[in-house]
Design a protein around this ligand. Sequence first.
Ligand code: ADP
Ligand code: MG
Length: 655
Amino acid sequence: MTETFNFQAEIQQVLDILVHSLYTEREIFLRELISNASDALHRVQFELLTNREVQDADAELAIEIKVDDEAGTITISDTGIGMTRDDLINNLGVIARSGAKAFIQAAQQAQNGGAADIIGQFGVGFYSVFMVADKIQITTRSYLPEEPAYLWESTGVATYTIEPGERETRGTDIVVYLKEDAKEFASEWKVKDIIRRHSDYIAFPIYVGESEEATNKQQAIWRQDPKEITDEQYNDFYKMLTMDWNEPLYHIHMRADVPLQFYTLLYIPGGTDLGILSPRKEPGLKLYARKVLIQEYNKDLLPEYLGFVQGVVDSEDLPLNVSRESVQATRIMANLKKTLTGKVLTELKRMAQKNREDYLAIYEQFGRFIKQGVAASPADRTDIEPLLFFASTRSDSPDELFTLEEYIERRAEGQDDIYYIMGEDFHSVSRSPHLDAFRQRGIEVLYFTDPVDPFMLMGLPDYKSHKLRSVDEAEIDLSSIGQAEDESARPEPLPEDTFTALRDHFAAVLGERVRDVRQSKTLTGSPARLISDESGASRQMFRINRLLDRDYELPVKILELNPRHPLLHNLSGLLAQDSDNPLVNVVVEQVFETALLQDGIHPDPSAMAGRLNLLMQAATGTPAAELNYEAVRSAVPEAVVEEADTDAEGGEEEA
Ligand code: ADP
Ligand code: MG
């Protein structure tokens, strides 16, 4: 009896796009079917090793492709794991992967010409066959001894059918009925050509037609001598592995003999997008034991912060009949992880020192993962430190980056600590009043403007025993560091008692919004800045919480006033004339909010517009008594609490 099923709605959409798209690279359908056959063979190979009872245990693990140019069909057969009735429904009727929605969107936006790229990137896998087929018949029989064979059939429109099928042995036959305009694929020559270009590294023999010789080389490239492999072969293998269309930035190919024997070929991808779009949707390396695939995504071979690394590890030491669950627990795995992590970090370090430009291309893509490693894997910290690069006041360019070592080497006279300024973006931070004194004295400051920098800092209190200190720390005393300032070139400070009166007025107006108001010894170009006496990484906690979309409270800081600044001179004059002049308080508020803005922590900058308009009106001639102060409100309430978006469920771990 024949049962009819509907495809899941998303699949129907994918099919609709595939069937109606025209593109030149339709041949990738064969790559997809072969890759599925290969997966099925790997899986049965694994079952055979773990001593499960398997149908036709002696059958050769192979793929066979037959073409019939009269009927216009291609048949791809494998002796793989096969499918039960439930497998057919769950694996071919439903898309499990989250990429399907993204694919649908991207495909609808792309012109027809771009669709092949999209299919490659998104790995729609099996369904790509409907680019060339108007009907598919699958006859399959599971490796489970009691399972019967089934026949699955679909024309790629809305429904498929399942009925009892005829197949004596384990495995799957897929008969592709080619569309009128795709008959060219019913040619042995063509099929062989496609295999050589797209599927040469498949580990099982692919026999085409009556030939007894496999069309593909079946080489495990990672077991070959690096001297014999060209860059093109490395890149081809990478593409096969990840289906990433971009070239990888770097590869590491190594073989180890002691204490562990293993082969590995690792890649650093060209970009970070890979994780979402490619069929390699999770981080992890492919783990083989003596050429047999044990795990598609093994996350225990590298620390999490190196999760962007792709590739293959093939161990000679892992027992073959190890179960997937217990792989993790073996001591061999811990050793492998140590060796691989060490290798990746040393290679990166070597590159950072000898080939800075290439390294910085990697850092641009993956720097934020590397930085997280400092906090997440304290044991690796000293290996990661040479991999960190930052912009600095030395060049004042966001594109020129320096290492901590370089910073240390050119410290100013008398300088022991490493100074950094933290903020949201390079340009606003580079204009910060905190830098006044440092610039004046010729002391370099590093820019920490990456959202993950606060995380990194949690694991990096110092570098080679030089403390990392934020430029807005209250206790910083620069008086004995670098070039002394030329005091005579600066305007006179306000007399002590005048300043105290002004200070007290600021304190009264700002109330709880500041912890204290103090006189600044360091400011030159700016009237005020906010400093903080909180120590170390905890001062950046609000940034981390903000990044994680958690509730956070803006820190209450100390306002530092520059007694030499003309604005404060004027303000003090106004105050002396008429202590009830409402304009004074408006200016006080604006001085405070400007300082918040310059630190990137103003909760609502546009709320300043009303006050700024009023101040401009005053500056252009409206007498203070005629201004409308009603319209001006503080944008910063007493306790500054920012509520995180509450609708972002489950987004807490996003970094
Ligand atoms: P993917 O290979 O990424 O899982 P596909 O769309 O290519 O996605 O295939 C969907 C699923 O169909 C596979 O995961 C597998 O379970 C099943 N499948 C496809 N072809 C075969 C085959 N030749 N033998 C056994 N199962 C298969
Ligand atoms: Mg597939």
